[in-house]
Design a protein around this ligand. Structure first.
Ligand code: THU
Length: 143
């Protein structure tokens, strides 16, 4: 598993998340989120939140990005960057919701997946998925 994520890769990932946030479709919450995942192959895949008039049909940015990666043939994710805020302006840290944490869990080793949050004001937070989702239930749990 790729665990050596360089400073340049971190920058690219955060930049891609901000770029993807521009495509967010959130006419109901007005809370726009962008996510970018770094797959095992070294490629970056992005996603934005896409809301729906039938509210529960909406999808978060992180799950959009994971779906994009997996749809392109990736099976392992090494890192994810998430940015978000009201009206396309990131103003504080946007941590992945519970469902997104579980979806990320499917495609990584929780201790190895790097989660990067950027608040849009020059502040970053980094953590592992294991810190966000301890004692998780994953593919191994079913064996
Ligand atoms: N949202 C995300 O895209 N990711 C998260 O982890 C938290 C929430 C979206 C869902 C919804 O479109 C909007 O933010 C407000 O909840």
């Amino acid at each position: 598993m790729k665990t050596d994520i360089t400073a340049a890769e971190r920058e690219r990932l955060v930049e891609a998340a901000f770029e993807s946030m521009k495509n967010s479709y959130a006419p109901y919450s007005h809370f726009n989120v962008g996510a970018a995942v770094l797959a095992q192959s070294g490629k970056i895949y992005t996603g934005a939140n896409v809301e729906n008039a039938s509210y529960p049909a909406g999808i978060c940015a992180e799950r959009s990005a994971v779906s994009c990666a997996v749809s392109c043939g990736e099976k392992r994710i090494a890192a994810v960057a998430v940015v978000g805020g009201k009206d396309f302006k990131a103003s504080s840290f946007c941590a992945p919701c519970g469902i997104c944490r579980q979806v990320l869990r499917e495609f990584c080793e929780p201790q190895e997946l790097l989660v990067i949050l950027d608040d849009g004001n020059g502040m970053r937070k980094e953590m592992t998925l294991a810190q966000l989702l301890p004692e998780s239930f994953g593919p191994d749990s079913l064996v």
